[in-house]
Design a protein. Structure first.
Length: 113
């Protein structure tokens, strides 16, 4: 088995464990981003989102890797990348659900006319 597959399998195990301990990354990251947005509101043009926080964490791990290379950084980068993917998929799903609800309402109005 290649090192990259081993690393991704380890990442998957860790992501499952973290999910059991802390819940969904979207909810956890949203809480963190909300707290940071509140604390730094006077410095921000827009609130920090859960997706933003996932990207910040990837950047943090890259900075750690540049300073002190170790395997754990790569595992964490893969994990935070997976969290970002999950958050983006949830955002897209909500966007589509909103569009579908709006379309249903539009059709109700059209049939009444």
């Amino acid at each position: 088995m290649s090192e990259r597959v081993k690393l991704l399998e380890e990442t998957a195990r860790i992501v499952r464990e973290r999910g059991e301990s802390y819940g969904s990354p979207e909810a956890h990251f949203a809480r963190t981003a909300g707290a940071i947005s509140a604390i730094f509101a006077h410095k921000l043009r827009a609130p920090i989102t859960a997706a933003d926080w996932a990207m910040f964490m990837v950047i943090d791990k890259l900075a750690r890797e540049q300073h002190a290379p170790k395997r754990d950084n790569a595992v964490d980068i893969a994990g935070y990348g997976a969290c970002l993917g999950e958050i983006r998929a949830a955002e897209k799903r909500r966007e589509l659900e909103g569009w579908a609800r709006a379309e249903i309402e539009r059709r109700k109005v059209d049939t009444k006319a």
